[in-house]
Write a protein that binds this ligand. Structure first.
Ligand code: AMP
Ligand code: ZN
Length: 471
């Protein structure tokens, strides 16, 4: 069984073997949403790629400590708060609620923490101070503190920027006159009136101000995960300048490598020519719900394309995914209800698990894992048509399906495994009732024991028999 796990590292532009530094727990930081508007499906494509990644890391046998920040102070949030006469918190709180609701709808697992930028101001100030002390940051005449990129020689290593182009002497625009170098970026922004009005200003050694966006991520990542992370992820647009600047700030302050691996998901695009169709206007999770597009279908659609390839959102692609997950759901129910299998079923299950693991461990090849699942469904359906009495083959098929679906999570809710389970338990309880009626207590007991072995507790009450899933 393949156990080497390989991942594309933007830092080296290569697929490389990956393992957490401590051999046990992957410390991963994922840039989260800017919470001024509900996240769109493009954002969620990136969050789904990260959900796939964390599930595959666990399948490989590691635990995961994932941090996803919530950017709750930035220009757009302040602008909105100002327009509406609100504080930034009043703008961001409801959007954060929507984010979690949408995340749950798409079955994106909860990260271990969701720090809000505004809750880490002291850590951000300490980081700016460390950079000032080390001589790589300076306060300019406008009161803001900037990172001096020409005092950090490795600047540009992630985005492979030709740093000569951004050396002093480059054009300096009108509003950036106070910086030493046009490319220097703000660590701490001097407070303006609208920042004060909306609760977006804090005291600091450099006067009232607020953190720059890049600074937030460096401070929160290092506070919660340590100075060197295993993995840092986001959408491809974040490579420059956001991640480049995170590296500069973090490594400029600690002198240590900030993240061993950098992983970036490609963009979700929308196909303008097909927007007239029924599913054509789907851009947010709310739109998905209104159009009865299940989470399973969205996941199937997203995972049908490799995370490093651009993906086009179109009505046809969503229809295709809806049909595919319908087939998967029907199969899930059939598998739950079947009583026995054949040796060939067990063999198909083994092949499916092996192919899915090999694909997922090879730079998260979800399209191939999905293909392995569909191949398995085809083979297993043929075997189930044939009948069979092999209970262990049946169990093997169920385990294979559960393992693959545990990563992809593509069984639509209307025919979920749980629903299939309920039907099967009810059928067995009916059999048990019949056995008791004919005073065949041995058969009745055997049914009860087999249910208990599956984690189903059976209770006989005066009103009838009740069952509960205990594990
Ligand atoms: P933002 O809220 O703009 O900070 O973005 C949150 C995440 O979504 C970041 O990782 C972005 O790179 C990612 N993102 C933004 N637009 C898209 C898109 N169209 N496709 C995929 N990811 C995106
Ligand atoms: Zn970030």
């Amino acid at each position: 069984m393949p156990s080497e796990f390989r991942l594309y590292n933007t830092l080296t532009r290569q697929v490389e073997p990956f393992a957490p530094a401590d051999g046990a727990c992957v410390r991963m930081y994922t840039c989260g949403p800017t919470v001024y508007n509900p996240a769109h499906l493009g954002n969620f494509r990136t969050f789904l790629f990260e959900d796939l990644l964390r599930r595959v890391l666990r399948l490989r046998g590691w635990s995961v400590n994932q941090v996803m920040n919530l950017t709750d102070v930035d220009d757009k949030i302040i602008k909105r708060a100002n327009e509406r006469g609100l504080t930034i918190t009043q703008v961001t709180n409801p959007v954060i609620e929507i984010f979690h609701r949408d995340r749950e709808y798409l079955r994106i697992e909860r990260a271990e923490s969701y720090p809000r930028a505004t809750e880490f101001i002291p850590q951000m100030i300490a980081l700016v101070q460390a950079l000032v002390d080390r001589g790589v940051a300076y306060q300019a005449e406008d009161g803001s503190v900037y990172f001096a990129i020409d005092r950090f020689p490795s600047y540009g290593k992630l985005s492979r920027l030709d740093t000569r182009e951004v050396r002093p002497g480059a054009r300096v625009s009108q509003d950036e006159y106070s910086k030493e170098n046009a490319q220097d970026f703000a660590l701490w922004k001097a407070a303006k009136e609208e920042d004060e009005r909306t609760g977006a200003a804090w005291d600091s050694p450099w006067g009232r101000g607020r953190p720059g966006w890049h600074l937030e991520c460096s401070a929160m990542a290092m506070s919660l995960l340590g100075e060197t992370l295993d993995l840092h992820c986001g959408g491809i647009d974040l490579i420059f300048p956001h991640h480049e600047d995170e590296i500069a700030q973090s490594e400029g302050a600690t002198g240590k490598q900030f993240s061993r691996f950098w992983c970036h998901g490609a963009f979700l695009l929308t196909d303008g020519t097909k927007m007239a169709k029924r599913l054509g206007n789907v851009h947010t999770v709310a739109d998905l719900r209104e159009n009865a597009v299940s989470a399973a279908a969205v996941r199937h659609f997203v995972f049908s394309t490799h995370y490093r390839q651009e993906l086009n959102l179109s009505a046809d692609a969503l229809e295709g995914a809806l049909n595919a997950v319908r087939r998967i759901g029907t199969f899930a129910r059939r598998l739950e209800e079947a009583r026995g299998g054949t040796p060939a079923l067990a063999e198909a299950a083994r092949i499916a698990v092996e192919s899915a693991r090999a694909a997922l461990f090879d730079d998260l090849n979800a399209p191939e894992a999905l293909a392995a699942l569909h191949t398995f469904i085809g083979a297993a359906n043929a075997e189930l048509d044939r009948g069979g009495t092999d209970e262990s083959a049946m169990q093997e098929a169920r385990r294979a399906f559960a393992l693959i679906d545990g990563v992809l999570d593509v069984v639509p809710e209307e025919v979920s495994v749980e629903a299939g389970l309920a039907e099967r338990v009810e059928a067995l309880l009916a059999e048990r009732k019949a056995a008791r009626a004919r005073r065949d207590f041995a058969a009745a007991d055997a049914i009860r024991k087999s249910l208990e072995a599956e984690g189903i507790a059976v209770e006989d009450l005066p009103t009838g028999t009740r069952w509960t899933k205990v594990r």
